[in-house]
Design a protein around this ligand. Structure first.
Ligand code: GRF
Length: 209
């Protein structure tokens, strides 16, 4: 059984997609042990509790220093004894010591086709604003392993989504969530749970079923 921690900051629709696919059996051999948010108001915490999943808030504001927060976050993850950390809209830079300890065990979802519209400053609606400004005809989402850079780790899965002439950042964001994010994140978790994902020389590969 693949034990998972999901780290969130906001509404948690990606968390919901993972919960739903585990519950309906599409994602096999996986269980969410804990949901951690840096934001006490994140609706994602409520979603977790509704499904009897342990949900905790660890906010930087509760600590004297960033270092103390980082250690508290690592301690909570360690205590949960997980095999995989899923960043599902987690708006905090993951500290290097966590990346080091959980190398190739942390995945993130980014709402564009990396290496387009990613890196520092590309989060939330900014990603989709940039895509529309450039006039790209397809965008999409990427699930990747997390390394020390911003959106630079090995790419695991991507899905393209059509950009429409009358899109706003909001409509494009929504379409990318519905047609890409909520689909590929559970798929990647299922593949990792089945032992079908490997990384060699910085390149991730998924074995066919
Ligand atoms: C998603 O767009 C995801 O790609 C990005 O943050 C957003 C999270 O949304 N990393 P939600 O909290 O899962 O609804």
């Amino acid at each position: 059984m693949l034990k998972i921690a999901v780290l969130v900051s906001g509404s948690g629709t990606n968390l919901q997609a993972i919960i739903d696919r585990i519950e309906d059996g599409t994602v096999k051999n996986a269980a969410i042990q804990i949901v951690i948010s840096n934001n006490p108001k994140a609706y994602a915490l409520e979603r977790a509790r509704q499904h009897d999943i342990k949900a905790v808030c660890i906010s930087p504001k509760q600590f004297e220093s960033r270092d103390a927060f980082n250690h508290a976050l690592l301690d909570e993850i360690d205590r949960a004894n997980v095999d995989l950390i899923v960043l599902a809209g987690f708006m905090v830079v993951v500290p290097a010591m966590i990346i080091e300890k959980y190398r190739n065990k942390i995945i993130n979802i980014h709402p564009s086709l990396i290496p387009s519209f990613c890196g520092q400053g590309y989060y939330g609606l900014h990603v989709h604003e940039a895509a529309l400004k450039k006039g790209v005809k397809v965008s999409g989402a990427t699930v990747h392993f997390v390394d020390e850079g911003t959106d630079t780790g090995p790419i695991i899965m991507q899905k393209a989504v059509e950009v429409k002439n009358d899109d706003t950042p909001q409509t494009l964001q929504r379409r990318i969530m519905e047609q890409a994010e909520w689909i590929i994140m559970p798929k990647v978790i299922d593949a990792i749970a089945a032992g079908r994902v490997s990384v060699k020389d910085g390149i991730a590969k998924i074995e066919e079923e």
